[in-house]
Design a binder for this molecule. Structure first.
Ligand code: ZN
Length: 329
């Protein structure tokens, strides 16, 4: 028994010695080549992707919101709070996207760097909110050239947090920005191949205003229309008119749209001899599954561009810009 104690004490002493030497080594190694990556928590998948692309191996990113999660309604869980307490920095979108996290981040920001990446975009490039003066549409990721500003802000923030990594962050950001520019050119070319009168996106969410502005498309929403009321029926009728007159062959769904509205539109158009199909599902406020191409910013937008273009009668390769989109039928 006595020997056992000695052994425990011995191990304890070794651990303590290791700890002391590790602590002693921190300042020197942090300046040169930190062995431990910067621990970052990010809110949306898109913000996490921007930080990952720029940070590379120097940064370890944990995203709070996975596929299908609505950032407008998201509230932090207890494991999120624990992760944020341990993190070196927290990156979020801002522009009131994560409305339920505003107060939490205001408090956390007094204790560690909490950085809203989209908040630094020039206001004259943003779309002002219809009803709230001084507030802006947060869905800036739908316009790749606007999103590029978010990536640049991520680079500046990482350089400030970890100046030793400057060269790496700048090189990674430049490479990612080149990919984003390629995506912007692809989107421009693809969307311009759609017949002019068909350049209308009928979809559920209000997430596509920046897309509409960037590429000259009308964006019409079908969310929140009630087919029970006279006003709702009038709105449906008006949408059917638009579909028929402009020969729009496809509308786009998200899980949040009621089947009834989609069916009412398709049947309404059919009754007037015009065929409308469901053009596919678009990514609006969250990316695809982690580890897939659609689970990256580039893949998410590539998917949307390719699906919209092909469904509306334009030309784009089935597997998209990088030949990596998952096969659909
Ligand atoms: Zn949204």
């Amino acid at each position: 028994m006595h020997g056992g104690w000695q052994k425990v004490v011995g191990v304890g002493a070794v651990v303590l010695a290791l700890l002391v030497s590790a602590l002693g080594a921190v300042p020197a190694s942090a300046e040169a080549e930190p062995s431990k990556p910067l621990a970052v928590v990010a809110t949306t998948g898109m913000i996490a992707d921007a930080v990952r692309q720029v940070g590379g191996e120097r940064v370890e990113v944990r995203a709070l919101m996975g596929p299908g999660v609505d950032p407008h309604l998201y509230r932090q869980t207890s494991s999120d709070i624990a992760a944020m307490a341990r993190a070196d920095a927290v990156f979020w979108h801002g522009l009131y996207l994560e409305a339920q996290l505003e107060d939490f981040f205001a408090a956390l920001g007094k204790r560690k760097p909490v950085i809203a990446l989209a908040d630094t975009l020039p206001r004259d490039r943003l779309i002002e909110h219809d009803t709230y003066k001084g507030r802006f549409d947060p869905h800036v990721w739908m316009d790749p050239r606007l999103w590029a500003g978010v990536v640049t802000t991520a680079q500046d923030a990482l350089v400030k947090l970890d100046p030793a990594g400057r060269a790496i962050y700048e090189a990674n950001a430049a490479a990612h920005l080149a990919q984003i520019e390629k995506l912007a050119v692809y989107a421009e070319t693809a969307f311009a191949s759609v017949p002019e009168e068909a350049r209308v996106l009928v979809t559920a969410h209000d997430a596509f205003n920046y897309f509409g502005r960037a590429y000259g498309y009308d964006v019409l929403g079908i969310q929140g229309i009630s087919t029970d009321s006279e006003a709702g029926l009038k709105q449906i009728e008006h949408l059917v008119d638009t579909l028929v007159q402009r020969k729009i062959g496809a509308i786009f769904v998200e899980s949040s749209v009621s089947d009834r509205n989609v069916r009412a539109l398709i049947e309404g158009a059919a009754a007037r001899g015009h065929k409308v199909v469901i053009g596919g599902e678009l990514y609006s406020d969250a990316m695809g599954a982690p580890g897939t191409y659609e689970g990256t910013y580039i893949g998410m937008i590539d998917h949307n561009v390719t699906v919209i273009t092909r469904a509306l009668g334009g030309e784009a390769p089935a597997k998209g810009l990088n030949d990596r989109l998952a096969a659909r039928n």
